[in-house]
Design a protein around this ligand. Structure first.
Ligand SMILES: [Zn+2]
Length: 102
């Protein structure tokens, strides 16, 4: 079962990639760099969305809308993530996704 097993927040500079809203990045655990390079343009983000929503709720991080953006963290498509519309806190969130036995 896909589970977010770790979530950390860090401060960010205000204009990281020109973006003023919080970004939540999801990192599939154990993925190699080559896999990441191959997979990051085609993430199953709709399957990830409810997990990310639940984790953000647990962390007490609110938003108006959770929007997947291929260019979430960079002006090129290297850093996809969920943008937390309406939340301009100066943080980023990193989540580790793992397939754990139910
Ligand atoms: Zn980039």
């Amino acid at each position: 079962m896909l589970t977010i097993t770790e979530a950390t927040t860090r401060e960010r500079s205000y204009d990281e990639a020109g973006r003023r809203e919080v970004v939540a990045y999801v990192w599939p655990k154990g993925e190699t760099l080559m896999e990441n390079l191959a997979e990051r343009y085609a993430r199953p983000y709709e399957a990830w969305r409810p997990l990310v929503e639940a984790k953000l709720k647990e962390l007490g991080i609110g938003y108006e809308k959770l929007a997947w953006r291929q260019r979430a963290g960079c002006t090129c498509p290297c850093s996809p993530g969920f943008v937390l519309r309406g939340n301009t806190r100066r943080i980023s969130v990193s989540m580790t996704l793992e397939d754990v036995a139910a």
